[in-house]
Design a protein around this ligand. Structure first.
Ligand code: SF4
Length: 322
């Protein structure tokens, strides 16, 4: 999950009408609220409480309604998506939820955001590899790679396991695009430990990476830890991470030039009838860049075949083939 809160916590109201705040061709489906992990820097568990998963029938009903209303892409979100269903009676899993959602008529793409590396099971990797409607995409927040820091962060996962998860995903789904989040400036992050993180970023070659400077949240165990890092050091480390990643993202995007891809059209760009924005399945809306598509008569929600003709660090340019 993420270490910030985006709205006040609340319990699920089955009767509450859903407010659609995204274009109708994609929608976010919040499958659980709260988190049972206790990352030492995070305020979410104290703000929102423990994991509360929504029952499967209610999620399937909402997914069907969204598809009926025109949603082609469903983006699953939760603070700790990989733990979905553990608290239900009988317990369920994210894999079971995914298999069921893949049967909902009308949905073309199902995307997963925020899967803690400790929750990536063999079964989940199999579902991702087998179900064609699940985007070959995963947002896997690693935060760091130094084992002492991972322990101090109470992430419940070792550097060896993180590396193994990345490898398992790539070998089962060779064209998967991976996003991650890293945190710089956590208490005790020496220059050596930071260098280890930079090396890992170079080695892992994530397609997308978000970096954050550690912020001292009152009431969390990390706020009282020794070895707090000065803000100018955090800012410098953040810059270095982004520079290293920009090069990787640029190279990865350029490697797509000349390939054929399917793009989901999001909308028009400006007044021109022949320039649109869309996304390949490896790009989540709002965070991962987009594809500028040249082609006439396209409308939001349409899936089209394109050829990628240009690329920069974040965005791609494509020519529509239909
Ligand atoms: S997994 Fe960790 S960082 Fe994410 S919400 Fe839970 S406690 Fe916070």
């Amino acid at each position: 999950g993420q270490f910030w809160a985006d709205s006040a916590g609340k319990d699920w109201g089955e009767d509450l009408p859903r407010i659609l705040c995204t274009p109708p061709h994609f929608a976010y489906l919040r499958v659980a609220e709260g988190c049972d992990n206790r990352c030492s820097y995070c305020v979410v568990p104290s703000l929102r409480g423990g994991l509360r998963s929504r029952p499967l029938p209610s999620l399937l009903r909402e997914a069907a309604e969204l598809a009926e209303a025109g949603a082609k892409e469903l983006i699953l979100v939760a603070q700790d998506l990989g733990s979905y269903g553990r608290d239900l009676n009988p317990p369920l899993s994210l894999s079971i939820l995914l298999r069921s959602l893949c049967r909902v008529e009308g949905l073309e793409w199902i995307r997963l955001l925020y899967v803690h590396p400790a929750r990536v099971t063999e079964e989940l990797v199999r579902v991702l590899a087998e179900e064609p409607r699940i985007c070959p995409y995963l947002d896997l927040p690693v935060q760091h790679i130094d084992d002492d820091l991972l322990r101090a962060m109470n992430r419940g996962v070792s550097s060896a396991r993180i590396r193994q998860v990345v490898e398992e995903l790539r070998s089962a789904i060779p064209h998967i695009r991976l996003r991650t989040t890293v945190m710089v400036g956590f208490p005790g992050e020496t220059e050596y430990r930071f260098a280890t993180l930079l090396d890992f970023i170079r080695e892992a070659q994530f397609d997308h990476l978000g970096a954050f400077a550690y912020s001292r949240e009152e009431g969390t165990p990390a706020a009282g830890m020794k070895g707090q890092i000065k803000s100018e050091v955090k800012a410098r480390r953040l810059r270095e991470v982004m520079e290293v990643q920009a090069e990787i993202s640029r190279r990865k995007n350029r490697a797509l030039v000349g390939t054929r891809q399917r793009v989901l059209i999001d909308g028009k760009e400006g007044p021109s009838e022949s320039v649109h924005w869309g996304r390949i399945s490896g790009q989540a809306p709002e965070i991962d860049g987009a594809v500028q598509v040249w082609g006439k008569g396209l409308s939001p929600g349409q899936l089209v075949e394109v050829e990628i003709v240009g690329a920069d660090t974040y965005d791609l340019v494509a020519r529509c083939l239909v």
